[in-house]
Design a protein around this ligand. Structure first.
Ligand SMILES: [Zn+2]
Length: 100
């Protein structure tokens, strides 16, 4: 039986953060290169103006300078945005992205 730790590595390893954020953040400007990019409108507060939400397209980390939301990877993003537990977020990512 797989541990949650192995599953999280598998999910993270199978979903490139750049692809993930392109799909999840329609307001994100087209990314050029990796690293920290403008994520467009923040989905953790009622954001009217882009500019304070940043995503890291290499690690999947995200951070909002306006509301203070932040996390280390795409699993944390799904957990916080959708109000899911860690295993629930893993399952949603695996289902949405077709990860075994
Ligand atoms: Zn925010």
């Amino acid at each position: 039986m797989k541990t949650a730790r192995l599953q999280s590595d598998g999910v993270k390893g199978s979903i490139p953060p750049a692809d993930f954020y392109r799909a999840e953040l329609p307001a994100m400007p087209p990314p050029r290169g990796g690293g920290w990019r403008d994520g467009g409108l923040c989905c953790f507060h009622d954001d009217k103006t882009a500019g304070s939400f940043r995503v890291n397209l290499e690690t999947g980390a995200f951070c909002c300078f306006s509301c203070g939301s932040k996390g280390a990877d795409i699993i944390a993003f799904i957990q916080q945005r959708d109000g899911l537990s860690f295993p629930e977020a893993l399952k949603k990512l695996a289902d949405d992205w077709g990860v075994e």
